[in-house]
Design a protein around this ligand. Structure first.
Ligand SMILES: *Cc1c(COP(=O)(O)O)cnc(C)c1O
Length: 431
């Protein structure tokens, strides 16, 4: 992004048509700033892609990427569906007045309470992940008047090209049923429960995926199973959920496809497979998280101390770190950054950017170039919209940052900065 950064007459970085240095002054740092127009643009690329292809679809925002009431309100305005994986995410959706029939519940260890909440709220679909889900649902449905739509989550054994830690689609995964044996057992058990309506299959092959091959291979695998089930009992899937994982640009190394390219590739393959096996075309559901919000936000920090180790490394420290962005520490994720108040200055200072937590691994960026750094400079890190705030922690008893939405040049606080009273709010005295 940095080469595309807009700069105003003061030499300040401009983001979503706002002077970023002014935003930092107004809202303090660390600060997440979202360009809501970009969020809408990403959402529309998927939605319009399916419309253009003339296929029935649901684009479900994977809310774990960034869940807040305001964010879910935007998702609702854009006509997206919603994935939740916990009671907390479902509760947030309720508070955002999200249409319950467009919500899908995931999770590899759904509790009885979570499943009960999903039934009580009449959400749209539960993605069954394991036999325990089926047992619990069977029990809960005894006291429940009505039906629930379900998908069976399978692991098609496809390796998406990404970092191992965030790979969830291969067979050695805690998620889903293996396609060879368990999926059919799950199918048989679900078909015996009248109140469960099996809509089809779900798979999610990984994250930060830059090609369509993995999805295409997964679709082929799913259709081998669907063809068997059709032959055996005439079962036809009405939904095929192909998960999320569409890649975005963090640094120059990342070469994402236009979002509607993924859509077209999925539609083409599903249409061909359905035709080949003489099956009717199902609705296609996808679950982008990162691709909706990842490249729509920046994080602003204030630079403080510096440590220079001759012939080794210069450390520049900021007033946040792994507590607001754990991805570099967790996955060696890479980011780019600039000094927002010196957006035009030549980048002559080689350095690495450290957080302020008590962990040597609390680093945001290794080996980058910045202009000469002075305390008080505002650092802007790009593409922090996904899995940043949502993975924020209170480590070292840091208060979580604020989140601001910018749209039509207007900046609106949508998540307040925590106070230290918030941080200790559940602590009880013991004296
Ligand atoms: C995490 C996840 C997603 C979203 O992944 P992104 O990489 O953010 O698009 C979608 N579906 C499931 C089941 C997931 O676990």
């Amino acid at each position: 992004m940095s080469e595309l950064t807009e700069v105003n007459g003061k030499g300040h970085m401009v983001f979503a048509e706002r002077d970023v240095v002014e935003l930092a002054e107004t809202f303090q740092t660390p600060l997440f700033v979202y360009n809501v127009e970009k969020v809408r643009k990403n959402a529309r690329a998927f939605v319009e892609g399916f419309k253009k292809a003339g296929v029935k679809a649901q684009v479900a925002y994977a809310s774990k990427a960034f869940s807040s009431v305001a964010m879910l309100q935007v998702a609702k305005q854009e006509g997206l569906s919603l994935d939740v994986v916990s009671q907390g995410e479902l509760y947030t959706a309720m508070k955002a007045d999200f249409p319950m029939e467009k919500i899908h519940l995931h999770g590899n260890n759904k509790s009885r309470e979570e499943l009960k909440m999903a039934l009580d709220q009449h959400i749209g679909c539960i993605v069954v992940d394991n036999f325990h889900d089926i047992t619990l649902l069977k029990e809960l449905l005894k006291d429940y008047n009505g039906t629930m739509d379900v998908l069976i989550r399978v692991t098609p054994g496809i390796e998406a090209h990404t970092h191992d830690y965030i790979l969830t689609g291969n067979e050695d995964s805690k998620f889903g049923f293996d396609l060879k044996n368990q999926a059919k057992q799950a199918y048989d058990q679900i078909q015996q429960i009248d109140q469960l309506h099996l809509k089809g299959l779900h798979c999610h092959i990984g994250s930060q995926i830059f090609e369509t091959d993995g999805f295409i291979m997964a679709i082929k695998r799913l259709y081998e199973v669907l063809a068997d089930w059709y032959k055996q009992d005439g079962f036809e899937a009405t939904v095929l959920n192909l998960g999320g994982g569409f890649g975005i640009r963090y640094t120059d190394e990342d070469k994402p496809l236009p979002l509607d390219d993924y859509v077209l590739a999925l539609v083409k393959e599903v249409t061909e497979e359905a035709d080949t096996h003489g099956l009717s075309l199902p609705e296609i559901w996808i679950e982008p998280g990162r691709a909706i919000v990842g490249d729509t936000a920046i994080t602003l920090y204030e630079i403080g101390s510096k440590k220079e180790i001759p012939n080794m490394r210069n450390y520049v420290s900021v007033d946040g770190g792994m507590t607001d962005n754990i991805r570099p520490a967790l996955y060696q994720a890479k980011y780019e950054a600039i000094i927002a108040n010196k957006a035009r200055a030549p980048k002559t200072y080689p350095c690495s950017i450290a957080g302020k937590c008590c962990e040597s691994g609390d680093m945001l960026i290794y080996d980058t170039l910045l202009p000469e750094v002075t305390p008080g400079d505002i650092l802007a890190v790009f593409s922090t919209g996904a899995y940043g705030y949502s993975m924020a922690s209170h480590y070292n008893r840091f208060a979580k940052p604020a989140v601001v939405f910018v749209e039509n040049e207007e900046a609106t606080l949508v998540v307040k900065r925590e106070t230290y009273a918030d941080v200790i709010q559940n602590d009880l005295s013991y004296e």
